[in-house]
Design a binder for this molecule. Structure first.
Ligand code: FAD
Length: 500
């Protein structure tokens, strides 16, 4: 097999992966493997912004306090302090690289989001992720020490003498197998939203990092803390498109299919209750009436306000024939963010020597049981920087490699199995869970994994491999949820409701 040797190997080209690549390139040659185009990532879709205490009336102590409150007592306090203290420097670095954040005169324009006690959201209109991804990709293209391989799907991590020393990947349309070896390996594969029927995450979010990491013994935790966004577009021809909270902030109301403003039945704060409360209310309303969605009504708002404040939403919905000045928007909650993942320390070091992780795939401890809005881009950047510094001196003599067979099945079977998984996870391990439902989900997933391995082996293709990773990650979600004996943060089991 074709083998190449680098100093650093990065898997993933979102903010975490490319930040690590840029910083590690100061110390040696870097290889970046990414399974789609370089910009295919959750990072590119981030809307709101990136949190940092850079305003005059703000401090890292307040940012820390807000993060700890959101995390509902389960944050790692040392990790949170590290994150918030590094935040202003992270913003400075992005600006130096060329990120065009919005300014108000000489100062950064700072937005406010739920759970933040100060204005501290640095942004680029409602396309912050796109701007950040553009910035780091441009910087990577100008760095001679970094080689990026697009359409390079990593199938397994390679171990030698108990240390992670590289990865095996399939490159290009003909799936050419390649081995990339390095002194340090950065796992920056992002999220796992595709295990649910509805998700804001793009196609690449298939939990590969959880599958890759756990296969070599990396510890995984807190996967049950799955964040759902209450309002994403429900439309057969369009992937779950996020309708920002700001719409409800501006006076948008939620109605069921009969036109009733149902939030009156659930919470006195109505549509402005916290995200998880609104998501649970929508789900309960849909289950009560057996409907596929509820509706977001903006028809009573001034048309000029709608067009001025929400141009992207206005344009997107117009493209599918919805006039939001006149029509209610069909919405449904969708998986949005995974708080847990591969366990890391402050240096991004996993429990496997030589293997680092950063970004959404990692569990640094900063989110605890719930993520504070706009802390995730920050986390991806801050821990990728510390991992690059920690791994700068890693040197390794590579001996014999330990490898496993990669079992693939036909795409048609993979599609069927993935759909069954998504149904199970949405119904039994979504916003509201029960012990019985979780037990059923566990059995169903085990059955699907068994079925997968019993199907005839086919030549390599990516879809089945991703499906297997989704199933392995789903098992962590279900096991984590079953092990919780109280409701906390994003985990809600209605059997435990009375006790909480
Ligand atoms: C719609 C939306 C809005 C959001 N808004 C915000 C916001 O306003 N503020 C905020 O802080 N966060 C927000 N988030 C969350 C945030 O965008 C992500 O948590 C963050 O970008 C994750 O970065 P990452 O580098 O870890 O992963 P990603 O950006 O997802 O990158 C992962 C990379 O890994 C690659 N990859 C995966 N598996 C493999 C494999 N097997 N082989 C090779 N490559 C692989 C992918 O192709 C991709 O390049 C939002 C997310 C979404 C989806």
């Amino acid at each position: 097999m074709n083998t190449s040797r680098f100093d650093f190997l990065v898997i993933g080209s979102g903010l975490a992966g490319l930040t690590y690549a840029l910083r590690a390139a100061r110390h040696g040659r870097v290889c970046v493997l990414t399974k789609g185009e370089v910009t295919d990532s959750n990072t590119s879709w981030a809307q709101g912004g990136i949190a940092a205490a850079v305003g005059e009336a703000d401090s890292w102590e307040l940012h820390e306090q807000d993060t700890l409150i959101a995390g509902a007592g389960l944050c790692d306090e040392q990790a949170v302090r590290f994150l918030v203290q590094q935040a202003p420097e992270a913003i400075r670095w992005l600006i130096e690289l060329g990120a065009r954040f919005d300014f108000d005169g000489n100062d950064l324009a700072l937005g406010r989001e739920g759970g933040h006690s100060r204005n501290r959201i640095v942004h680029h209109a409602d396309k912050t992720g796109w701007e950040i991804e553009r910035t780091v990709v441009a910087a990577v293209r100008q760095t001679a020490n970094i080689e990026v391989f697009q359409h390079a799907y990593v199938t397994q991590l390679l171990m030698s003498d108990g240390r992670c020393v590289g990865a095996e990947a399939r490159l290009g349309d003909d799936n050419e197998p390649r081995q990339m070896l390095a002194n340090a390996v950065m796992l920056a594969t992002g999220g796992c939203g595709r295990m649910y029927q509805h998700t804001t995450n793009p196609r690449v979010a298939t939990a590969d990092g959880i599958g890759l990491g756990s296969a070599v013994g990396a510890r995984v935790e807190n996967m049950e803390f799955m964040q759902f966004h209450p309002t994403t577009l429900f439309h057969p021809q369009m992937r779950s498109f996020l309708i920002t909270e700001a719409v409800r902030g501006a006076g948008g109301t939620l109605r069921n299919h009969l036109g009733r403003r149902f939030m009156y039945d659930y919470d006195p704060r109505l549509e402005l209750a916290p995200r998880d409360v609104v998501a649970r209310a929508i789900e309960a309303e849909m289950k009560k009436h057996g409907t596929w969605c509820v509706y977001l009504d903006m028809t009573h708002l001034r048309p000029e306000l709608i067009r001025h404040e929400f141009p992207t939403i206005h344009e997107k919905l117009a493209s599918i024939g919805l006039e939001i000045e006149k029509d209610w928007i069909p919405v449904v909650p969708a998986q949005h963010y995974s708080c847990g993942g591969v366990v890391t320390d402050l240096n991004g070091q996993t429990t496997v020597p030589g293997l680092y992780a950063a970004g959404e795939v990692a569990s640094t401890g900063v989110h605890g049981a719930n993520r504070l809005a706009s802390n995730s881009l920050l986390e991806a950047l801050v821990f990728a920087v510390s991992a690059a510094e920690a791994s700068a001196g890693d040197r390794v003599e590579i001996g014999g490699l330990e490898k496993k067979n990669v079992h693939c099945i036909s795409e048609a079977e993979s599609i069927r199995i993935r759909r069954a998984l998504q149904r199970t996870m949405t119904n039994e391990a979504g916003i509201v869970r029960t012990f019985h439902g979780l037990e059923e989900a566990k059995q169903a997933i085990d059955g699907l994994i068994e079925e997968y391995h019993s199907l005839p082996e086919t030549p390599f293709s990516q879809h089945p491999h991703e499906t297997l990773n989704l199933m392995l990650a789903a098992r962590y979600v279900v096991d984590g949820a079953l092990s919780r004996d109280r409701n906390v943060g994003l985990h809600f089991n209605s059997d435990l409701e009375a006790k909480s």
